[in-house]
Each structure stands twice: as structure tokens, then as C-alpha cells.
Design a protein around this ligand. Structure first.
Ligand code: ATP
Length: 786
């Protein structure tokens, strides 16, 4: 190499015996981590060193008084995954004796992890700077930082964020943005502002697209972190003119709209995003914000009609009921105090008085928040350019859906083939009026279905009563389709509002723009009942995890090999078998959904499930990751499912049991023809535009195919960006501050590949620069002769 890049400063750890430090207690931590000028080593700021990262160490490597972690004995998991102790006896071979509290126990060396306590009690801002690197010390570091409200920690270039579940004073805002502006990573405590600043400077300097992948479980803090990043980008890109200021405001104001319509209270998060989103912010050649857009992915539309106990449907419904003034509610025939079926949990149609009171109490806790968020939503809608009429129409459609939902408790005497469903006429009228649909046509479409009968070569259409199940299916499909399209309409309006602000074309060539994309996508899900939506969500997580492995971990190892560095390599997780298994599952699902749409009576969810499992078992790779349900008894699996009602997928983040009931239908984007005709024929312009009047009367349009294609497009977009990763962690399931559940966090650390990342970054060369880039940046400073 003609120009050698010096690794960063050497630390005192360097050069010691591999993995053997001087007696930790006797060495000042400052000595260990300081360079020759006494500066503490921080992120990107240490030479490669080879600490032990795995638990398996020979006993000879331990000495008496060494601090260690040992795994918590089985059955005591609630105490956390590790116990801390100190070595009291270290024979050359055989088990060591470790003191834990007052007790002593014999432990094989391979079960021990080394521990180190700094004299000053300081934590590490970058996990790669930990003296001993293993899962237990990373966990300890994150816990100590979380306790001190230092919620951000680097792992080389990846930012880890542990949700504080409260507003940490002084952490954000303009003064903090100003502090981070123009500073190198590591100059200040870890922060999303620092990563955002790095991305922005790289965009301006190198004219290269930048991307943020923000990942983590539900409730880990992805959406909040995405907003923090956007806030910083808005700040740093300045508001030099009115248009920029307006775009900035709209980018930020789009978020409450998306949250009201796309987020809901779930068991894991009171503000859970039930869709994925990719926010793109465009900058012109001077780094001024000039445009923005948002792309959304697969809204969980089933939540509009069913949600579990102690969960809610989308916020906007409750916000509307809490916030609309009385006279507007009256016009929409809504009663603030009523518990509507759409807004209550699944069992409400037949709930006892006690259950209804409990449900009301559950909803009451969100009342004030709903009211505040209603006002926030209205301000945001106006800021983004919605007229008062548009806002009223949006609530009108929501109210129409609420009344439609109230029809869902209707029953029919299914023993009498000629009987039709008994619908409450007043409710039907209210729904029809608000949606601009003729109430008798609405009633008729819900009560009867059209059947094509061919006799002696002649086709005729007959109407037959729907069974209770068929009625509910038609009603729910109508509600889901209208809500999903309303959501898509809002997203389109938000995007349209950015283009309205864009500079009018001057006839000159469009300026070259670069973008920063921020991906906030639903985290891995393993619920009590996992359906089609969870498989889609988990596929996205598999693909993104694989992307991370390939683009960060594998790329890093390849670079070391190319540069001729001594590197033994790590075995990295490979998502390919799971991704292939899901792709094959979707293919089979499409075949079956298509057949169902065409009216093949024998096509069933069970048939699809059976074929999926059978096909997987024939393929040596797929059968390792997609398995039949484990039957705990003859009747069903542990979750009570029968053999052909589901399957198990072994994801990188754990094993998930999927329930395949209803998938053939869920996978079809086309609405029943009778219901589609109602929307397209509405007297209300706004509702009519929500119709899908595709002329080709195809009966099936695959949701899984569209979703997979969207996902691949997203990955292509990410491929064109320089990526920055933020991994969010959830410290407890209770959504409470100051609780750090070690087991829960350790699971997340392991699942997201942090251990491998730390190992690679720590043992490798965290500072590097491509030779050509270096030359071009510093050319001006070289002597003429160079
Ligand atoms: N940096 C933060 N500061 C304060 N509170 C936070 C922060 N990050 C998250 N929270 C709290 O945690 C809650 C959940 O965060 P968020 O909605 O961002 O999670 P998520 O990962 O996007 O979840 P989901 O996948 O369910 O949408 C927030 O409503 C907020 O109360």
C-alpha cells in the first residue's frame, strides 16, 4: 500500500497475552483504556485487540480474584441470565471455585465469562471498548447506562438505544442539536443526532444517498427514534426559505397523522405502528431540504374489525369520539359514551355486563390522551394541507365504519335456508347515509350473495341468503377495504402535499437531489396467535436481518480477508432457508387463494396448510425451518390448533407458531363484487374515489405477492444508500421506566446480531478509509511532488 492508514491510538490492553489481562483489580482502568496522551479511548478509537468474546475459556486463563459472570442456575431464570462472582480457587485443570455472594460453587471454566469493574464506575459509550467482551458484559454495560439515563450506546458504528419509557431531561431539542452539529461520532455521548449528523454531512460531502435502518421489537422505540432523527435533519438542513420551512413542518406533521390512522394500543405498546414506513427526505446540492415522501407497507387491516382483549383498533376512532364537538358528533349519529362494537374487543357482541364495564374501564384510561391527540391530529391535517371539508369527510367515513361495525352482532337462523340476516334498520340507515350508499342496496348486498348458475349452456344470476358467517365476512371485508383505502388516501395526500410545495419548474434541468431514507418497520412478532400479518412482518425482519448480516458482518469479514489481515472468521446466521420457505408458502397460498376466488368449493385453509407443510418436508433445507405443528395431544397442538390449522417457522429471532385460518381470504386484495359496486356507486364523491373500479374483473389480486415485491424494492432502495443502523431495545414488557429485565434485553442483544458485530468490530479495525477517497480529500494538503 503506498499510503498506509494508521490504525487508531493504541491502548494499554494491546500487546497483553491474548485474552489475559493483568489482574484487573490492581490496574487502574484509566491506564487500561487511555492512550499516551491520557485520552480515553471511545468509539472508533482503539486498535484491534483480541479479547475473549466467547464463554469457553480454559481454566488456566483464570486466576484467583478474577471477576467473573456465570450462568444463572436453571430454575432461577427470574434472577437474570448471569450471576457475578469472584474466582477463589483456580487449579490448572478441572473446575474452578467461584464465590457468589457468600456461597462458593464449582464451575467449569467454559461456563465463565470475564468481568471487569472500572475504578471510577464509568460505563463504556461503545461496547467495542469493553475490557472483556462477552454477552454478560455487554448486558451489564447497557443496564448501567440505562440506570443512569444514558440510553444510547455505540457498537462501533451501530447505535443501540434502550427505551427509557420517560422523557429524559435535556436529551433533545434545539440546544442539543446545536451541540452535535458538525461533531465526529464519539466526540459527544452517543446519540441519534450524532448518527444523523454523520449521515447529513456524508450526503452533502459525497453526494451519496444515506439510509437509516431502525429496528427492534414492538415497543422498543423505533418510531420515537425515527422522529428524533427527522427532527435533527430538519434542524441541520436549515430553513433558509419559506418552502423549506414548510416542507420541514409537513415532514414532522405527517407523523401524527400516520400515528392516528396507523397505530393502535397493543399488549406490547400503547402506540404500536401497525404498518411499516420509509420516510425519504430529499436535499438539493447545497444540502437544503427540498422535498420529502413517505412509503408505507402493509397496514394490518384485520385490526379494524378484530382486536384482542386489552388492545384497541386504530387510535383515530377513539380520538374522533373524544375530540369532535357535540354538534358534529350528532351529525355523525355518534354518542361519546357508547361502546361501539368496532371499538371494543372481539367478544363484546355477547359480553356480560361485567365484561362490558371492564372494557369501558380499559378504554377510559386513554380518554385524555385521545383528546390531546385529536387536537394534534387536526392541527397536523391542516398543516399538511387538508381543507376543513376534507377533514369532515374523513371523520364521516370513520363514523360510517363505526355504524357498519355495529351491525356485526346480527344473527340469522342458519337452519332455515331461506332466512336472511336480521339487521338493525336504524344502524343500517346511519351507516348508509354517512357513506352515501342507498340503505336498501347496502342491506341487500350484506344479506344476499349473487350466484352464477349455468343450465343447458345458459347462465343466470341468482341471489341466495348469506349465512351468518358469510354475512360477517362480507361486512368485515367492506369495513377493512374502506379503512385501508382511506389510509392509503391519506398517505397519498401527504405525499401530494410535498409536491405542491416543490419549486415550480423553471424549464431548466431538475437539480440533482440526494436523499436520506429512514426505515421504521414493524419489529419481529411472536404473539399468542400469529396469522398471515405476522408472517409478512417476520419476513421483513428476516430480510432486513439478512441484509445486516450481508452488508455489515459479511462485508466486514471480507474486507479483512481482502486486506490480508489475520482473521479466522465467524459463522454468521443465514436467513436464506427461512426466506425461501416463506416464498414457497406464499406461492402455494396464491394458488389456493386464486382457486377460492374462482369459487372452487373444496379449496380450504386446511388444504393450503397441509400442502405447505408437505412440500416443505420434501426439501432438505426447508424442512429444517418450516415444520408441522407439534401435537401435545391427539386433538391439537399446544395452542389448541389441529394438525392442518398451522405450522411452525424457525426464525432467526425464535420459533413462531402460525395459525393459517382465514389466510386464503386475507391474501386476496379484491373486495366482493357486490361490496365494490356499493363503494363505486356512492353518492359521496369522497367515498366513490375510494372505489376500485378496475375494469378487468379479476377476482384475485395477491397481497403476499405485492408485499414481497414492495419489500424487494425497499431493499433495492437501501442498496443505493450508505446505511446507518439503530437497534432499539425494550427494557421491560410493562412499558415502565427504571425496569431493566436482563433476560429480555439479552434475548434482543443476541437476536439482532450484536454479539457478532461487537466481536468483528472489536477484533478488527474500526477505523478505515478507502485509499482513493483519502487521496481525493487530502490532495490539496500534499506537497506538489506527491
Ligand atoms: N427516546 C425515548 N424517550 C422517551 N420515551 C420513549 C423513547 N423511545 C420510546 N419511548 C416510549 O416508548 C413507547 C414505544 O415506542 P415506539 O412507539 O417508538 O416503539 P416501536 O418500536 O415503534 O413499536 P412498534 O413496533 O409497536 O410500533 C413510546 O410511546 C414512548 O412512550
Amino acid at each position: 500500500m503506498p499510503f498506509e492508514v494508521q490504525p487508531a491510538r493504541q491502548t494499554a490492553l494491546e500487546g497483553g497475552e491474548r485474552g489475559v489481562d493483568p489482574q484487573p483489580e490492581m490496574v487502574k482502568s484509566r491506564d487500561l483504556l487511555a492512550d499516551s496522551e491520557g485520552r480515553l479511548s471511545g468509539p472508533y478509537d482503539h486498535r484491534p485487540r483480541h479479547a475473549q468474546t466467547s464463554a469457553s475459556m480454559p481454566s488456566a486463563q483464570f486466576k484467583v480474584n478474577d471477576l467473573v459472570f456465570l450462568p444463572c442456575p436453571e430454575g432461577k431464570a427470574e434472577e437474570g441470565p448471569f450471576l457475578s462472582g469472584v474466582v477463589c480457587e483456580a487449579p490448572e485443570s478441572g473446575d474452578l471455585v467461584v464465590k457468589v455472594g457468600k456461597a462458593q460453587q464449582r464451575v467449569p471454566a467454559s461456563n465463565l465469562r470475564r468481568r471487569f469493574i472500572r475504578d471510577d464506575g464509568a460505563t463504556c459509550q461503545d461496547n467495542t471498548a469493553l475490557v472483556h467482551l462477552n454477552d454478560a458484559t455487554i448486558l451489564e454495560n447497557l443496564r448501567a447506562r440505562h440506570e443512569a439515563d444514558e440510553i444510547y450506546t455505540y457498537t462501533a458504528s451501530v447505535l443501540l438505544a434502550v427505551n427509557p419509557y420517560h422523557d429524559v431531561t435535556g436529551l433533545y431539542g434545539e440546544a442539543q442539536c446545536a451541540r452535535y452539529r458538525g461533531k465526529h461520532i464519539g466526540a459527544l455521548p452517543p446519540h441519534p443526532y450524532a448518527i444523523a449528523d454523520t449521515a447529513y454531512r456524508a450526503l452533502v460531502r459525497d453526494r451519496k444517498n444515506q439510509g437509516f435502518i431502525i429496528s427492534g421489537e414492538s415497543g422498543a422505540g423505533k418510531t420515537e427514534t425515527a422522529k428524533i432523527v427527522m427532527e435533527y435533519l430538519g434542524y441541520v438542513s436549515g430553513s433558509t426559505n419559506q418552502m423549506t420551512a414548510q416542507i420541514q413542518r409537513r415532514v414532522l406533521q405527517a407523523q401524527p397523522i400516520l400515528e392516528s390512522f396507523g397505530n393502535a394500543v397493543t399488549m406490547r405498546n400503547n402506540n404500536s405502528s401497525r404498518f411499516g414506513k420509509y420516510n425519504s427526505i430529499f436535499f438539493d446540492e447545497d444540502g437544503t431540504l427540498c422535498d420529502a415522501s413517505v412509503t408505507t407497507y402493509l397496514l394490518e387491516s384485520s385490526r379494524v374489525v378484530v382486536h384482542a382483549k386489552r388492545e384497541r383498533t386504530y387510535h383515530c376512532f377513539y380520538e374522533m369520539l373524544s375530540g369532535l364537538p357535540d354538534e358534529k358528533l350528532k351529525k355523525l349519529h355518534l354518542d361519546r359514551a357508547k361502546l361501539y362494537l368496532l371499538l371494543a374487543n372481539e367478544g363484546q357482541a355477547s359480553a356480560t355486563q361485567e365484561e362490558t364495564s371492564e372494557e369501558k374501564r380499559f378504554h377510559a384510561q386513554f380518554k385524555d390522551l385521545d383528546l390531546r391527540n385529536f387536537n394534534r391530529l387536526c392541527v397536523a391535517l391542516r398543516d399538511v394541507g387538508f381543507s376543513e371539508e376534507d377533514i369532515d369527510l374523513t371523520f364521516q367515513v370513520l363514523a360510517g365504519l363505526v355504524h357498519l361495525g355495529d351491525l356485526s352482532g346480527a344473527e340469522r337462523d342458519d337452519d332455515d335456508e331461506s332466512a336472511t340476516i336480521q339487521l338493525d334498520e336504524e344502524t343500517l340507515q346511519k351507516a348508509a347515509e354517512l357513506l352515501g350508499i342507498d340503505s336498501s342496496e347496502l342491506g341487500s348486498a350484506l344479506r344476499r350473495r349473487k350466484v352464477k348458475i349455468t343450465r343447458v349452456g345458459r347462465e343466470s344470476i341468482h341471489e341466495v341468503p348469506r349465512t351468518t358467517l358469510q354475512f360477517r365476512h362480507a361486512l368485515f371485508s367492506l369495513i377493512k377495504a374502506l379503512y385501508k383505502r382511506l389510509f392509503e388516501r391519506l398517505v397519498a395526500r401527504i405525499n401530494g402535499s410535498f409536491s405542491e410545495l416543490r419549486k415550480p419548474a423553471t424549464g431548466e434541468e431538475e437539480v440533482e437531489r440526494c436523499q436520506i431514507g429512514i426505515l421504521d418497520i414493524y419489529g419481529f412478532e411472536r404473539l399468542q396467535r400469529n396469522s398471515f400479518e405476522q408472517l409478512c412482518i417476520n419476513l421483513a425482519n428476516e430480510r432486513l436481518q439478512q441484509y445486516f448480516v450481508e452488508n455489515v458482518l459479511t462485508a466486514e469479514q471480507n474486507l479483512y480477508r481482502r486486506e490480508g489481515l489475520p482473521w479466522t472468521g465467524l459463522t454468521l446466521p443465514d436467513s436464506t432457508p427461512v426466506v425461501t420457505a416463506i416464498a414457497c408458502t406464499f406461492k402455494t397460498l396464491d394458488e389456493y387463494s386464486q382457486q377460492l376466488a374462482k369459487g372452487f368449493e373444496k379449496t380450504s385453509d386446511e388444504g393450503f396448510c397441509q400442502k405447505t407443510v408437505e412440500e416443505a418436508q420434501k426439501d432438505p433445507q426447508r424442512k429444517e425451518v418450516l415444520k408441522p405443528l407439534k401435537m401435545s395431544n391427539k386433538r391439537g397442538s399446544s395452542a389448541g390448533l389441529a394438525m392442518n390449522e398451522g405450522f411452525i417457522v424457525k426464525h432467526y429471532a425464535g420459533q413462531v407458531e402460525y395459525n393459517t385460518k382465514g389466510w386464503l381470504d386475507k391474501n386476496n386484495d379484491r373486495l366482493l363484487v357486490e361490496c365494490e359496486e356499493l363503494i363505486c356507486g356512492s353518492e359521496c364523491n369522497f367515498v366513490r374515489t375510494l372505489g376500485d373500479d378496475e375494469k378487468s374483473k379479476v377476482l384475485f389480486r395477491s397481497i403476499s405477492k405485492k408485499y414481497s415485491a414492495d419489500l424487494e424494492n425497499l431493499l433495492k432502495t437501501l442498496n443505493q444508500c450508505h446505511l446507518h443502523y439503530i437497534r432499539c431495545f425494550k427494557p421491560n414488557e410493562l412499558q415502565k421506566r427504571s425496569i431493566f429485565n436482563d433476560n429480555l434485553v439479552l434475548d434482543q442483544i443476541v437476536q439482532c446480531g450484536t454479539i457478532e458485530l461487537v466481536k468483528i468490530m472489536h477484533d478488527g479495525y474500526p477505523n478505515r478509509c478507502v485509499f482513493d477517497e483519502l487521496v481525493s480529500r487530502f490532495r490539496g494538503r500534499f506537497p506538489m511532488s506527491a
